[in-house]
Design a protein around this ligand. Sequence first.
Ligand code: DGJ
Length: 696
Amino acid sequence: MITLNNNIFNIETKNSSYVLAKDVCLHNVYWGEKVHGEDLTYLVKERGHSSFDPNLNLERDEYSFWTSYSFLESCLKVSYPEIRKLDMIYIDHTIETISKDLERLSFRYKNSYSDLYVTLVYDVYAEYDIISRYAEIFNDGEEVIVENLKSASVSVPKMDQYRVKYLTGKWAAESQINDQYLTTGNFTLQSRSGNTGPHFNPSFALDNGSATEDSGNVWFGLLGFSSNWQISFERTIYNNVKITGGISNFDFMYTLKKGESFKTPVMTFGFSSGGYGEMSRKLHAFEVEHIFPKKKLGRVLYNSWEATWFDVRVESQKELAKRAAGMGVELFVIDDGWFGQRHNDRAGLGDWYVNQDKFPNGLSEFISYVKSLGMDFGIWVEPEAVNPDSDLYRAHPDWIYRFKDQEPLQARNQYTLNISKKEVKEFIIDFMSKLLSENKDITFIKWDMNKALTDVSLGNTAQDKELWYKHAKALYEIWADLRAKFPHVEFEVCSGGGARIDLGILQYSDQCWPSDNTDAYERLFIQEGFSHFYAPRIMTAWVTDASSDNGRKYCRPYSYRFHSSMMGMLGIGANISKFSDEVLEEFKKYIALYKEIRETVQYGKQYRLSSVRESSLHAVEYVSQDNNEILIFAFRQGYQFGGVNPNLVLNGLDPNALYQVEGMEQTLHGSTLMKIGIETSLWGDFDSQLIRIKRV
Ligand code: DGJ
């Protein structure tokens, strides 16, 4: 509920209050556990200190316009040919009910020096304690250059300590959890690689250093943007903490002509008083309901990449498909290598015709074969990039990003296409539409992108600095267009593993590929980080050979690999054509088991019981939406000094209800399971267990 009393805007969600006051600026008075917001008038007063910082309310400004008397990160900075001053005057506000789940509060401002308007939007999802924010700029006057534009700023209450939890990573080691205590000054997470990036994810959680998985206040935020982004945390000398997020300042400019407008990416904020676990559950539920495109059960897929790499020939694929179908796979996906002269990563990217040597009778013959086995069919593409050794590049060398007359940088032997160019965008939409309409049985696209953006320029104008933003915009438009034309096709986002995971692209993706690291043990770390901010419903996880041979000398039993991958969207990526009948049977058994439990995994509530980062026991629990089915995946990595297994202490149960633990005769109360827990039978190296529990 949103109310206004005595110039105080009180945004009340199920478990939180977000209170704003409008005086020298629109500033945050309070955000946290629920209070009677209308009481907070006593906190609204001038807070002066010296002529160097006359009103400290500006430190808690919800959207600071550059040239105000504030020296923190600004949200909007513009310039006209003769003036750079912004004097944004509040015009009005509106409160609207958009749907049963969504109320909207908007503030409108106008520059007193020009016809520039800004609307700050707060989309309030009260049920989840989530507020999504963005700004819309409208220019009704002379051309203006926007030099800095953020989605939102937010402040947290003053505390003794501020700890920021966030995800860092690199290729094959994405989504690693990091903690950073804020000292006075500025701490910024960002991407300058034209993509969301594997190095930092645009998400954070903040607490006073004492929150745990199950307790304590946590403030969190996620930016939905897949190009250069930044989230800065400023702890001021007056101990205010202001968090500002949006498009990165780095190499950004945007020109708005008369009549043009610009909507920033959305920054989603939320509050949990039940620790990090509750934060994640709120986010998972919110994403499923309000971000992801469809609410369907995810299919068990097979992907050819780690089995045949670029050598995807119809015979080998048929063998894989036959075996995949036999074990219960529902969707067969051909990865890289099916097109052009793509025999390795040095050639062919961009030539989207079927390779006749590999598929002499075209794709349709193979797709029919897959269908005849009772499976759906999916295919890999990487439309934003091109190998120099390709017909596409030879025909259109001007389609890539490059500084005038300069040789662009290559990575993985490829350049990036400027997809914001009309003809390039049309080329991508056309070849994808042709592929999908000529092959109506393609129901899944894995969309990859294996290079950071470099040389993002065409000349040296203000417009060149729009390209970073325009790349992401064009990408979203292409996906939206294809999804509208081919509503039966699901999309998976991949970027050399997990370099493109954010709430922007996830509005269009049914699932994502979190990492090229498919080792079942290392995945536990990646999946745990991922789960802090993103729902298991979209986390693809394959059982592969990576854990057995492949020169890596890992040794994880199949049970362990399956349990690790069953915690999200199960897929198979192993070279199953080499498997014995016995191993095929084992795979079949696990796939059947996954199908029995997948609804709870994909749409249930997730509780992280024990972390591989802190304990020899790693355990994650899922409780079905109706609270009747409980699953626990438990992993033990090594056995040391005759160590005793810690008990598995459950969470999220009804203390007074009775539960039946599979394999136990006695039923136990929820309170017993949540206070004392159950013993596991984990033994030796890389042992794992799936424990199934039913509410009686
Ligand atoms: C990188 C992806 O992450 C892999 O899964 C695979 O699709 C390769 N690209 C193909 O080139």
